[in-house]
Design a protein around this ligand. Structure first.
Ligand code: GAP
Length: 464
């Protein structure tokens, strides 16, 4: 079972400290969200799982962390200044403003009228000004990056030469991106500030690019499986030619069933694009157009690659898997949501998060909080586990309530310390999903938990 709709997750997320509406003390800020104590752990665990999977477990990928604000020329030559547009239309009746491509049946979603203005482009890059300059000084204009990818392209040679890389190899980056979305919404699905996990995989111009797109689609399906996503809630969308971004020859989107209650339940979770040699070429000083003119008279570098074996210089092609942290977190929360009835007939929420993603791995609960020996032992166990896994101590309720609270936030194990523990140096370990309990010696506890906390198995990556 997964969450029946996004609203179920929104209320759980707020109630239990995963995600709060931002700036609430001033009436909020549309579609901006703050991650609370559990949300920040979940996001970090998603990012760490991704980084481990690509940068540590594979041998062909390096990581970087580039600036959010780049030279404005990056966005001129990447094509974003000219083409990173949404098409806007206004309803003449209610004055509502919408994205033209999101209007179904030509009807205004607010008032139902069909009286529209002409569609006009609106550039969705968020602008800022650098330095202490006059408001209208055009030389100070800069953008908050709308994708992390460009920071990777402009560092291609730096990484390739310092790390002595040969093709094929990839560069991964995770970080914030910004888009002045016309119609943000649906909780953390579409916001103006969000986080991306992008990887640019550089290959020869003669590689089998379309097959590589398929390869990365398969790899990501497996990775999402390792995060606990049910394959039935994922769907592949081959983006039609007329919808492709200006740099792409082929893109496959992995969609998630974010709207199970709707007739059209799918929305993009990530995209895998063959970006050709567009980006490295466009930022290079030596790339010529069909008439032999320099494409980029502003660049001081040439981002081409010399292939020693073939004795050839060329601009590598790129396969780009681009995923969103927030959309992954939302999908993970929706998929993990389940309900179970206890023997008193009460419905309990259980968040069946993959153990590697769970914000808290173990909660240590004393059965009698007025017994100093039991409390002392429970606190000592918490401290001894902390170096190897995220553990918390909680004595703020009866045991039934404490179990229910931990189930609802996805904690895989509750550990209870009782009177007998003082005698036999053992504790009860309760499993979140089955509610089964077993008695474990305190001396074996860390090892026992670590074994059971292993992520769902991800098959070893095949080499390309
Ligand atoms: N570099 C390619 C690129 O940025 P994209 O499809 O525009 O491609 C990649 O973005 C991913 O970033 C999306 O699949 C989604 O997960 C995430 N994303 C994009 N816009 C977003 C937004 N406004 N809010 C939340 N996530 C977003």
């Amino acid at each position: 079972m997964a969450a029946p709709n996004i609203d179920t997750v929104v209320s759980l997320a707020k109630r239990r400290g995963f995600v709060f509406p931002s700036s609430e003390v001033y009436g909020g800020l549309g579609s901006a969200w703050d991650y609370g104590p559990l949300g920040v752990e979940l996001c970090n665990n998603v990012k760490q799982a991704w980084w481990r999977w690509l940068v540590y477990e594979r041998d062909d990928i390096e990581g970087i962390d580039s600036s959010i604000i780049l030279n404005r020329l990056v966005w001129k030559y990447s094509g974003h200044e000219a083409t990173f547009n949404d098409w806007l239309i206004d309803c003449r009746k209610c004055k509502g403003r919408f994205r033209a491509d999101k209007i179904a049946d030509n009807k205004c979603p607010s008032c139902g009228a069909s009286d529209w203005t002409e569609a006009r482009p609106f550039n969705t890059m968020l602008q800022t000004k650098l330095g202490a300059v006059a408001d209208d000084d055009p030389t100070a204009l800069a953008y908050l990056r709308p994708e992390t990818a460009q920071g990777i392209f402009i560092n291609f040679l730096n990484v390739q030469t310092t790390m002595r890389r040969k093709l094929p190899f990839g560069i991964a980056q995770v970080g914030k991106s910004f888009r002045n979305e016309v119609t943000p919404g649906n909780f953390i699905l579409r916001t103006r500030e969000f986080e991306q996990m992008e990887m640019e995989y550089f290959v020869s111009p003669t590689a089998e690019h379309s097959k590589l797109v398929d390869y990365w689609v398969e790899q990501y399906l497996e990775w999402f499986g390792s995060l606990g996503l049910n394959r039935e809630n994922l769907y592949l969308y081959e983006v039609p030619q007329e919808e492709l971004a200006h740099y792409s020859k082929r893109t496959v989107d992995i969609m998630y069933r974010y709207f199970p209650e709707r007739e059209k339940p799918w929305e993009e979770l990530m995209g895998i694009a063959w970006r050709t040699d567009f980006d490295l070429g466009t930022h290079s000083k030596n790339k010529l157009d069909a008439e032999g003119k320099r494409l980029n008279p502003d660049s001081t570098e040439d981002l081409s690659y010399f292939d020693e074996a073939a004795k050839q210089r060329f601009y590598p092609h790129v396969i780009e898997p681009a995923a969103g942290v927030n959309r992954t977190v939302l999908a993970v929360l929706m998929d993990a949501y389940s309900e179970k009835t206890n023997d008193k007939g009460e419905t309990r929420v259980i968040l069946k998060l993959s153990p590697q993603l769970a914000p808290i791995k173990a909660a240590i609960l004393p059965l009698a909080k007025n017994k100093p020996e039991i409390v002392g032992m429970a606190k000592a166990i918490k401290r001894s586990l902390q170096p190897v896994l995220r553990a918390v101590y909680d004595d703020t309720g009866g045991i039934g309530k404490l179990y229910a609270r931990q189930d609802e936030i996805g904690t895989p194990f509750c550990i209870t310390v009782d009177h007998q523990s003082l005698e036999d140096e053992a504790v009860t370990v309760r499993d979140r999903d089955t509610w089964e309990q077993e008695r474990i010696k305190v001396s074996d506890l860390a090892e026992h938990l670590q074994k059971r906390l292993k992520p769902y198995p991800v098959p070893a990556p095949e080499t390309t």
